[in-house]
Design a protein around this ligand. Structure first.
Ligand code: SP5
Ligand code: ZN
Length: 341
């Protein structure tokens, strides 16, 4: 079985809640997700590799320093301000139209700062959030190191996930774009083009925006149609596609055959790349509480086979997947397909 990269620090982020339509609802992106995946990987005989620390170079090649510094300091500043919420949450948003496109002022109030960097109210910051997000970057970069050293396939057990984060905005339960950082690091090692295939149930909007208009990283996302009312709502439509970016939105209720046909198209789109990053969300599975797609474990295994057929050095980065009972088996099945097991 494949090597998988792990860091205990990825368990330190405990969002506890998500503020959805103004209501505090229980968090879905919980530490138990990573624990469940690890347990299943170990049971399947996968080899655990401890994450190495990496400096900020690859991180800052993808994200604005201001976002990184905000995330690094947000909890300490918030907790020192004696606010009524025990998690960092935005309340006023510095939209570009609000300031006529001018740079918004750095707000004096600590409680206004999240509105410079957050695009939703669901992605809370607490003690340990920064440590986990930064550790996930190290996990992803360690998997890139393994593949650069000749492993054909490596799995990064990243948590929190990352594919919804743009250069300067976080959201969608994500803080740092592990997938984009891995692809950027891989690009420096193997040369262009590098491919990102995102099979999370939700559109990889952050990854799309980071690489749109570039020909050195090709991006493709297979996801539930945002036009049917699903997150990220404003993005993920077919019309955003160009020579280097392909969106394949699917209707709610989509099952294996149609989903795999889209994964096949995704694979064809990136044929000729020198290396592959798979943004592996297993929330497209039937029964996942966060998506209406109905993919089976066998479907995920077949997706792995389709992507294996590209014959590329491959880094798999964990994204979503919220059903604690099935998340581990779904990851293992995908990796079986990818490794030809
Ligand atoms: C990485 C990833 O899969 N992020 C997905 C984030 C989507 N969240 C949108 C949630 C929409 C409302 N869900 C209601 C549940 C409230 N707890
Ligand atoms: Zn998702």
């Amino acid at each position: 079985m494949v090597p998988f990269v792990w860091s205990d620090d990825c368990l330190r982020h405990e969002p506890e809640a998500e503020v959805w339509v103004g209501t505090r609802t229980p968090a879905t992106e919980v530490p138990a997700r990573a624990v469940a995946i690890r347990g299943e990987l170990v049971a399947a005989g996968a080899r655990e590799v401890a994450a190495d620390t990496h400096d900020d170079a690859a991180l800052l090649a993808v994200h604005d320093r201001a976002l990184v510094e905000f995330l690094r300091t947000a909890w300490d500043e918030w907790s020192a301000a004696s606010l009524p919420s025990d998690r960092v949450v935005p309340y006023v948003f510095a939209r570009p139209e609000l300031t006529g496109g001018r740079e918004p002022a750095a707000p004096a109030a600590v409680w206004a700062r999240p509105g410079l960097f957050a695009y939703d109210t669901m992605t809370l910051i607490g003690p340990g959030t920064w440590e986990s997000a930064r550790a996930a970057v190290d996990v992803a970069l360690t998997a890139v190191d393994l593949v650069s050293k000749g492993e054909p396939l490596a799995y990064a057990c990243t948590r929190p996930p990352g594919h919804h984060v743009t250069r300067s905005l976080y959201g969608g339960s994500c803080y740092l774009n592990n997938t984009a950082i891995a692809a950027t690091a891989l690009l420096a090692r193997v040369g262009a083009p590098v491919a990102i295939v995102d099979i999370d149930a939700h559109h990889g909007n952050g990854t799309q925006e980071l690489f749109l208009g570039r020909d050195d990283v090709r991006t493709v996302s297979v996801h539930v149609d945002p036009g049917a009312g699903w997150f990220p709502h404003f993005l993920g439509f077919e019309a955003e596609s160009d020579e280097g970016n392909l969106n394949l939105p699917l209707p709610p209720g989509t099952r294996d055959v149609a989903w795999l046909a889209a994964v096949q198209r995704a694979a064809e789109f990136v044929t000729g790349a020198r290396a592959l990053v798979v943004a592996l969300g297993v929330d497209a599975a039937a029964g996942d509480p966060e998506s209406p797609l109905e993919v089976t474990a066998g479907g995920y295994r077949e997706a792995g086979r389709i992507l294996r057929d590209l014959g590329l050095p491959t880094v798999v980065v964990q994204e979503g997947g919220y059903d604690l009972a099935t998340i581990g088996p779904l990851v293992v099945e995908t990796l079986r397909g990818l490794s030809g097991a």
